[in-house]
Design a protein around this ligand. Structure first.
Ligand code: NDP
Ligand code: 2IT
Length: 448
């Protein structure tokens, strides 16, 4: 059997089993075909049918979360954790609280997390979870009661050497703090059971910044490799959450002008460059909507109900940092028309398959999320190391380790791309390099 026909067979079987889980199928369909040349060299993977093992999660947990709202009424949400692959370490990956969270979403995120974590070079397996709970519009007390109820069940399934969750959409320091408090109440002080903890509870300095900063470090390495830099570049960022804010911060620090940010209601275009202190005040302090920006900057534009990817101004770099499939083929055409030369993904799977296929045709360097947004989970692994040693590191130490990790990820992706495809095919590079480490560990361990 050829590599191509084997991959097609595994995909066919997966689609039959999971026809309705479209994001999950999308993530696997984007991944497996890029392994073709690698499989030509490693025929034992075909002979022993190892792809069928890697697409199947080791464990999938689903539970209900009952909680009482401020009016005393009982609410119930559904929660998930996929413990996907533990070949290279305890399951590691975020928790997402968003009404769209379902089994397809956590499976896609968990599947990608395996290979992202592998690229960091650190001892972390792949997992992901979350709930269809919507923290928007909830009081702090409601969020706390939800988190406490969530953890009352979830604590049975996690531990510093078993599974170490962190944040994702809708889960930041506040939620992780409440989850950690409840875990402690049930099991005693166990710093290493969650990452992204508040700094007063042994969270790591620079974890909040890590995904956004890491994304920009990745782009900086890609530009440097092409004798270029971020100085004077025009950058378009989507979202205004954790990843967006710190991507904007680092891009501005390195001399770029960031023209936009957004939320699911609309986007801000500010030709003078986004005022990040104001965005932080609106999103991190007030927990309000990005529309408030124009109350202060009356010369900026707020475009209600539109995605930032409809922007008709010229720019050099696109950093999607909001959510999956925010860039479809039309949006990808707009990005190309704007003259962008790089799309680097802060979000997980923000580009549809057709959008990805269009990038190289339009001369755009595509930096896939698995590689470009790995800085967050990498610093989570450094938080685990600090918690195990019971010693905190300085911001500068964590940040300098993050820079080294992002540089190494860029190098391994680019070298693997050159070996198996061509240098600019960072998607093939990321997928093959991430896969190689995991599958070789699985083989050494007897595929258990
Ligand atoms: P936040 O919750 O902090 O922010 C999410 C941002 O994206 C908000 O601006 C939100 O707008 C917007 N958004 C979310 N869902 C949608 C939607 N369906 N349509 C339009 N906009 C939407 O999350 P993060 O910044 O942590 O995560 C952003 C992305 O980065 C996600 O894809 C996540 O998986 C990925 N990521 C996060 C990491 C981390 O460390 N936090 C690490 C690696 C990747 P609104 O408020 O209107 O919903
Ligand atoms: O998608 C991701 O890599 C994250 N949400 C971060 C996971 C983590 O464990 O820090």
């Amino acid at each position: 059997m050829t590599s191509k026909s084997y991959i097609e067979q595994v995909l066919r079987e997966l689609k039959e089993k999971h026809a309705e889980k479209k994001e999950f199928i999308q993530a696997v369909e984007e991944f497996l075909p890029t392994l073709e040349i690698y499989l030509d060299e490693h025929t034992e993977i075909i002979e022993k049918n190892l792809l069928s093992l890697i697409v199947e999660p080791e464990r999938l947990i689903q539970f209900r979360v009952p909680w009482q709202d401020d009016k005393g009424k009982w609410q119930v949400n559904r929660a998930y954790r996929v413990q996907y692959n533990s070949a290279i370490g305890p399951y590691k990956g975020g928790l997402r609280f968003h009404p769209t969270t379902n089994e397809s979403i956590v499976r896609f995120l968990g599947f990608e997390q395996i290979f992202k974590n592998s690229l960091t070079g650190l001892p972390i397996g792949g997992g992901k979870g979350g709930s269809d709970f919507d923290p928007k519009g909830k009081s702090d007390s409601e969020v706390m009661r939800f988190c406490q109820s969530f953890m009352t069940e979830f604590q049975k399934h996690i531990g510093p050497d078993i599974d170490v969750p962190a944040g994702d959409i809708g889960v930041g320091g506040r939620e992780i703090g409440f989850l950690f408090g409840q875990y402690k109440r049930l099991n005693g002080y166990t710093a290493g059971v969650l990452t992204g903890k508040p700094l007063n509870s042994w969270g790591s300095l620079a974890r909040t910044e890590a995904t956004g900063y890491g994304l920009v470090y990745f782009v900086q390495n890609a530009l440097k490799d092409r004798q270029d830099s971020l100085k004077d570049k025009k950058v378009v960022v989507s979202g205004s959450g954790n990843v967006s804010i710190y991507a904007i911060e680092k891009a501005q620090e390195l001399g770029a002008t960031v023209l936009t940010c957004s939320d699911s209601s609309g986007y801000i275009y500010d030709a003078d460059g986004i005022d990040l202190d104001l965005v932080k005040e609106i999103k991190e302090v007030r927990r309000s909507r990005i529309k408030d920006y124009i109350d202060v900057h009356t010369d900026a534009v707020y475009v209600e109900g539109e995605s930032v990817w409809t922007l008709k101004e010229a720019y050099d770099i696109a950093l999607p940092c909001a959510t999956q499939n925010e860039i479809d083929l039309n949006a990808a055409h707009e990005i190309a028309k704007a003259g962008a030369k790089i799309v680097a993904e802060g979000a997980n799977m923000p580009s549809s398959k057709k959008a990805i296929d269009s990038y190289s045709k339009n001369g755009i360097l595509y930096c896939p999320g698995k590689s470009a947004n790995a800085g967050g989970v990498a610093v989570s692994a450094l938080e685990m190391a600090q918690n195990s040693a019971r010693l905190p590191w300085t911001f500068e130490k964590v940040d300098s380790e993050l820079k080294i990790i992002m540089k190494n990820i860029y190098i391994v992706c680019s070298e693997t791309a050159s070996k198996y495809a061509e240098k600019n095919n960072l998607m093939a590079g990321a997928n093959i390099a991430g896969f190689d480490r995991v599958i070789q560990a699985m083989i050494s361990q007897g595929l258990v």
